[in-house]
Design a protein around this ligand. Structure first.
Ligand SMILES: Nc1ncnc2c1ncn2[C@@H]1O[C@H](COP(=O)(O)OP(=O)(O)OP(=O)(O)O)[C@@H](O)[C@H]1O
Length: 679
């Protein structure tokens, strides 16, 4: 193995015009590409505000103590040139060109392939969707193919040469799919090890076919390598890749990564190379990066620290809402307008394909149910809308609540759909390469700047167009201003085009025909969501508000959630929560929170089963809470935020258009314009 690495270095030196030892200073960016530049480290720490909630985004070369290759320009721009020069095996070049349609290297590929080929440890930071996967896959395969000790005819389960770890199962499967394409025709075997799937089946595959490149999630990989009977061995490992490295090095995964490494031979014994790739590299992980890499590792960054980490070609809009109950209408309005725009002018408006990110799995469930059931009626029959008002746009759900089989199925379906919405938790936030996503809609303030960057990165990939939306509450303006400052982005603007974002849902309001239709779509969807799902979403929202980091009193959090339950979900009273839940969140004694009478009546989610005083809702699974005069949509007046009235206020005595029973007219009939449309 040492021999192979040394051989690689010689080849590369001969081919390079710019030595890999160059580093740079911003002052010398204009020097010609073949200029040797030594010494100097750069990047001012003053760029980062340590007080910022979102700050500390980029680790600098000086933080890492690494050789910084970010401005070193490479001579080669095409994969075919690497093939002609003998840097890459012609089989890889042919596969890229003929099977994957890939000819020209992206910047991160140009910057890292050479560096990875000589066996160095490399940390690479490049924007989302810029081809980081191929940047580490091609050198892995190349190093295998040129190793004289590597024999594809004797593939065995114990001969794993490269291990690639990713934080999510879908991403591991996606990387494995890409790797299988790259190795086609070479005899190199790629296997996956992801949680939630049949371990036995994958082991059998490895035993039968052998395993040269293993792609997996931390838990399952650790499980396999620690199982002495599995036969999986890391004794011959050459390359260890952490994709989405900053995520893998954070508290949640770090112990598993460390455990996996403990099954590898000591560094000196096998000249193992470690590669770390991500679009983000916050300073918080610098210590762990250094600990994991060799001392002389190289740092390649194609994002300037004072440049936006998001794509300038992806316009981002922020919408402020008066209440949480406006969220689903706002999402629906964005979707409906985009679907209509495509129908009206397909040449200029691509089919609507969106990922909607919500904070918790219960909110994801709720959003999915509402969007999916907009047709109304039962089982699609006798619905208010026929066909589905967003047709042909399909609706999918993605969260850890689903089984792995469902996740894989939904992920594949969304990948291949021309027009679709995937309502998702953060499982799809990183790395997923769904083609032609036109919109990323983030609901609520992202927990970290990195979350924002990765989520928005699901659109605008590989130079494609896209747009981002961030849906916030009126009192989250400060959060957003901070986010913009830390992003260094210039393409973010406030949007005021959504009518549903201005709607006071507690009041009867004149609506345009289009907005009336949007509100009826939402109403129709909400009607068919079981009470239990609404109750879970309500409780999750209370937790999210509590953890969001946005400065709010406990009372205003409860008011926001209760207003959602009442005006958004059509519930007469907010769902009960257990005393234990209220105490844990510090909500004990907050007005308007309905506590369950008996702790024993709570289910596994801490939700009461409806035993509280005066509740109209008795237990999970109740499908409709709008029946008769129980519905409370649109009742009463409401003051914003802190001043919002509790459920017990006399505002409930008003009769301003309940949702009424299923099939009755909607309260959201259009009252503006002379078309007089019901919708
Ligand atoms: N040289 C290239 N030319 C054209 N397309 C490419 C090239 N390299 C990769 N791609 C394509 O670009 C898309 C994005 O690549 P990839 O998923 O590797 O991005 P990434 O940088 O890892 O993104 P993320 O940060 O979101 O994980 C993929 O569809 C991939 O096939």
């Amino acid at each position: 193995m040492y021999g192979a690495a040394r051989q690689g270095r010689l080849v590369l030196r001969a081919l390079r015009c710019v030595p890999s030892t160059s580093s740079f200073s911003p002052l010398i960016r204009t020097l010609p590409s073949n200029t040797r530049v030594h010494s100097s480290r750069f990047i001012g720490a003053s760029l980062f505000s340590s007080t910022s909630r979102y700050g500390q985004q980029h680790a600098a070369a000086e933080d890492l103590g690494a050789e910084d290759l970010s401005q070193v320009r490479r001579e080669f721009s095409k994969f075919s040139e690497l093939g002609e020069a003998g840097v890459l095996d012609q089989r890889i070049v042919n596969t890229l060109a003929n099977k994957m349609g890939i000819h020209t290297m992206t910047e991160v590929q140009r910057m890292t392939i050479n560096e990875c080929l000589d066996g160095s440890d490399v940390v690479a930071q490049a924007k989302t969707g810029t081809g980081k996967t191929l940047a580490f896959l091609t050198p892995i395969v190349q190093r295998l193919l040129r190793d004289p000790n590597f024999n594809t005819r004797r593939a065995s389960i114990g001969d794993t040469r490269a291990l690639i770890i990713s934080p999510t199962r879908e991403l591991a499967e996606q990387i494995a799919d890409e790797a299988k394409k790259v190795v086609s025709g070479t005899g190199v075997q790629v296997q996956t090890a992801v949680g939630g799937t049949q371990k036995k089946y994958h082991l059998k595959m490895m035993q039968r076919m052998g395993c040269h490149i293993l792609v997996g999630t931390p838990g399952r990989v650790k499980d396999l390598v620690s199982d002495t009977y599995s036969g999986v061995s890391l004794d011959n490992i050459q390359t260890f890749v952490l994709d989405e490295a900053d995520r893998l090095l954070d508290i949640g995964f770090a112990p598993e990564i460390e455990a996996i490494q403990s099954y590898m031979p000591p560094r000196d014994a096998n000249a193992r190379q470690t590669l770390m790739f991500s679009a983000t590299l916050p300073r918080t992980v610098v210590g762990l990066v250094k600990k994991t890499m060799r001392q002389d590792f190289k740092f390649v960054r194609t994002v300037d620290p004072d440049e936006a980490a998001t794509h300038e070609s992806v316009p981002q809009k922020v919408v402020y809402l008066p209440g949480l109950e406006n969220q689903l209408p706002a999402i629906t309005e964005i979707a409906y307008k985009a679907v209509q725009a495509h129908k009206a002018d397909p040449a200029n408006n691509p089919p609507f394909k969106a990922i909607v990110f919500l904070s918790t799995i219960n909110e994801v469930r709720m959003g999915y149910e509402v969007l999916r059931n907009m047709r109304g009626g039962s089982g699609g029959r006798g619905g208010v809308f026929d066909p589905h008002p967003l047709a042909p746009c399909k609706i999918y759900e993605m969260s850890s609540r689903l089984t792995q089989a469902e996740r894989t199925k939904n992920s594949q379906a969304f990948r291949h759909a021309e027009s679709a919405i995937m309502v998702s938790s953060d499982v799809a936030a990183r790395g997923m390469d769904f083609p032609n996503v036109t919109h990323v809609i983030q609901v609520g303030p992202p927990k970290t700047l990195e979350d924002y960057i990765h989520r928005i990165g699901r659109t605008g990939r590989a130079g494609k167009p896209g747009q981002g939306w961030l849906i916030l509450q009126d009192d989250e303006r400060n959060e957003f201003r901070q986010l913009v400052r830390d992003l260094h982005a210039h393409n973010i603007s406030e949007d005021s085009s959504l009518e549903t974002a201005k709607l006071d849902m507690s009041q009867p309001t004149q609506l345009s025909v289009e907005t009336g239709k949007v509100m009826q779509m939402v109403e129709s969807g909400i009607r068919s969501v079981p009470f239990g799902d609404k109750a879970k979403a309500y409780q999750s929202i209370l937790s999210s508000l509590n953890q969001s980091g946005v400065r709010r009193s406990k009372q205003s959090m409860v008011n926001l959630a209760n207003s959602l339950a009442k005006f958004g979900y059509g519930l007469e009273r907010p769902p009960h929560v257990s005393r234990a839940f209220a105490a844990k969140l510090g909500f004990s004694g907050v007005r308007g929170l309905e506590l369950s009478a008996h702790e024993g009546s709570t289910n596994g989610f801490g939700l009461a089963s409806g035993s509280g005083s005066g509740s109209s809702f008795r237990g999970e699974g109740r499908r409709d809470s709008f029946g008769g005069n129980r519905g409370s949509f649109g009742r009463g007046s409401r003051a914003p935020s802190d001043r919002r009235q509790d459920f017990d206020s006399d505002s409930r005595s008003g009769r301003r258009g309940d949702y009424g029973t299923r099939g009755e007219n909607s309260r959201w009939e259009s009252t503006r314009g002379d078309q007089g449309s019901r919708w």
